[in-house]
Write a protein that binds this ligand. Structure first.
Ligand code: ARG
Length: 587
């Protein structure tokens, strides 16, 4: 990272260098964090802890460090001001000259992306989302993996990752026995052109499983259908394929609607013939053992998993979710060259992924395979107003399509209310964008590991941290340019004088903080950090816009303020796109 993109990172590394020159040992961690804007742009808090553990005077230590920093030839005092505060905090504040120069350099998405790509630097990342199970319609439960997965993917790609998206659909399992049994007993014909196929399959499944519960005979018949499928019986294989292709076709419509792009769909069934190697390698390395006919992994050095087995082959010899996931991981490393794998699922799968990651670590270690970085990006549940998982009145999960349609139609009513003269076609297009954006943003703005209560009023509000508010902020910026008769991409920096007023400075500092927000968002793959930043940026922009007139007589002042508008718009739109939201020029 260079100072020109991410000044606080650069300061951190300069501080480390200065620390060793000032005689501090390797244990010194500068802890550079964003600061209270009244005191500066960022601050180093690490002196206190170091002084305490080394029984030194923190203030004196801070002074020593700052003088070493000031003597460093790499440290340019015209960029950053340094001061010591309190018992030994070191505050840094970016100079107006630096702020102007940064804004001149990072004109827009292209320049930002080129610089941000240093975060991942071409690293191969496989991201596993939204990975639904087949034979079911998409419902509200699929919203989070779609929305979070897409945002994480876009962010990683923007930050330089070489991304492969792999949709690990659940297209293999015991439910197919019941489904095929249901299809056969109800004499149902699968028709790919039938829009309601998935809904009907769900009903068939329900009826089939009720029958299997009631009668031993039906249960056996369903089990036999499954065995036949597993043995490759042509009729059952054809039915199974039909069910999956109907499912995938219906999923694809939803992906399109939600703006998802998927590179590969290699579901669980793809790994059926690849699990043999898993069994033998895990057994041969002593990582897995036989237990009551099943093949299991006990993780002896883990508190819970030393007694809670990770079953990798069932006692009937069949593969399961764990065996296919182990095979999937190996495939991603050997076939895609994955250096990092990101899994996006709900929080109930935390044990599965912990066991998977720990098992993989042992196995890859024993075999000398290169272990990629493994990250489970899990999320909480969407709750109804009653605080329970959101359901329809009849207790069914809300269909995703229904949810989207309702969001769009509500957005349209709000729009027409605010703007009764709007052209009908234009209203539809805007409502479509706003409705879908509102659903996405309401999800992304939550810390993903928390549950949240779904509320139409909140997500479609034009005030507060919502998609309509941010979309409106971007559209308003466009209107500023339209009014001024210039384009956001005009080279305002050529005429602009240095950042001057308090509000200009506050806005410029917020813009320059973007790389630190990328860093934070990437470190935990939590898109809400980016959402909060965009919301704060819009607020700071409003303050600036209310205080400092943009269209003024002084040419240099106007250019400087238009440059600030252009950078705000650029970062706002870039951020929205990273969240999977297409900005609007008019609203
Ligand atoms: N199909 C699973 C589900 O719906 C999610 C799969 C996630 N990916 C994985 N490699 N296990 O819960």
């Amino acid at each position: 990272m260079d100072i020109w993109f991410h000044p606080s990172k650069e300061i951190e590394s300069l501080l480390k260098k200065s620390a060793s020159e000032a005689g501090l040992d390797d244990g010194f961690d500068p802890q550079v964090r964003p600061a209270d804007p009244r005191f500066g742009d960022f601050q180093a808090n690490g002196v206190l802890a170091y002084a305490k553990s080394h029984r030194q005077n923190p203030r004196a230590l801070a002074e020593k460090l700052v003088s070493a920093l000031n003597n460093s030839p790499e440290f340019d005092k015209s960029h950053v001001g340094v001061s010591i505060a309190g018992p030994g905090f070191i505050n840094f504040s970016l100079s107006p000259k630096f702020l102007s120069a940064w804004l001149t350099r990072y004109k827009g998405e292209t320049e930002l992306k080129a610089a941000a790509s240093r975060f991942y630097n071409g690293k191969k990342v496989v991201i596993d989302y939204p990975s639904p199970n087949t034979a079911k319609q998409m419902h509200v439960g699929h919203l989070r993996p779609m929305v979070i997965g897409e945002a994480v993917k876009r962010l990683l790609r923007f930050c330089g990752a070489d991304i492969v998206t792999d949709n690990h659909i659940g297209d293999w399992g015991t439910n197919f026995g019941i489904l095929i049994y249901g299809i056969k007993t109800q004499k149902y014909t699968l028709d790919p052109s039938n829009e309601n196929s998935l809904e009907e399959l769900e009903q068939l499944y329900k009826r089939g499983s009720a029958m299997a519960k009631e009668s031993e005979e039906a249960a056996n018949a369903a089990r036999e259908e499954l065995v036949k499928l597993q043995k490759g019986d042509p009729e059952n294989v054809a039915l199974w394929k039909g069910i999956n292709s109907v499912s995938v076709a219906s999923f694809e419509k939803m992906y399109k609607l939600m703006g998802l792009t998927i590179d590969f769909t290699l579901g669980e069934s793809f790994y059926r013939d690849k699990v043999g190697r898993i069994y033998s390698e895990l057994a041969e390395t002593g990582i897995a053992e036989e237990d009551g006919g099943a093949l299991v992994v006990f993780l002896r050095d883990h508190d819970r998993f030393k007694t809670q087995p990770f079953i990798i082959r069932k006692s009937d010899g069949a593969s399961n979710y764990a065996s296919t996931d182990l095979a999937t991981l190996l495939y991603r490393v050997e076939h895609f060259g994955a250096e990092e794998v990101v899994y996006v699922t709900d929080g109930r799968q935390q044990d599965h992924f912990q066991q998977l990651f720990l098992t993989a670590k042992k196995w890859f270690g024993a075999k000398g395979y290169r272990l990629p970085e493994l990250r489970h990006v899990w999320f909480g549940t969407i709750l109804g107003e009653d605080g329970k998982a959101i359901k329809t009145k009849s207790g069914e999960p809300v269909r995703l399509k229904t949810l989207i349609d309702e969001s769009v139609s509500r957005a349209k009513s709000i729009l027409l209310e605010k703007n009764p003269d709007i052209d009908a076609r234009e209203a539809d297009a805007i409502a479509n964008t706003v409705g879908i954006a509102a659903l996405k943003y309401a999800d992304l703005v939550q810390n993903r590991t928390s549950d949240y209560v779904f509320s139409w009023d909140k997500l479609l509000a034009f005030e507060g941290n919502t998609a309509p508010y941010l979309l409106y902020a971007a559209a308003r910026l466009h209107s500023i340019f339209r009014k001024a008769g210039v384009s956001p991409s005009d080279p305002f920096e050529l005429d602009a004088s240095p950042i001057e007023t308090e509000q200009e400075t506050a806005l410029a500092r917020k813009l320059v903080a973007l790389p630190a927000v990328f860093e934070l968002t990437l470190s935990e793959l939590r898109p809400h950090y980016l959402c909060n930043y965009l919301y704060e940026l819009s607020g700071i922009f409003s303050t600036f816009y209310n205080a400092d007139k943009v269209i003024v007589d002084d040419r240099k002042t106007m250019a400087r303020r238009l440059m600030l508008c252009s950078r705000t718009l650029g970062i706002l739109e870039c951020g929205l796109r990273l969240l999977g939201i297409e900005p609007l020029e008019k609203m």
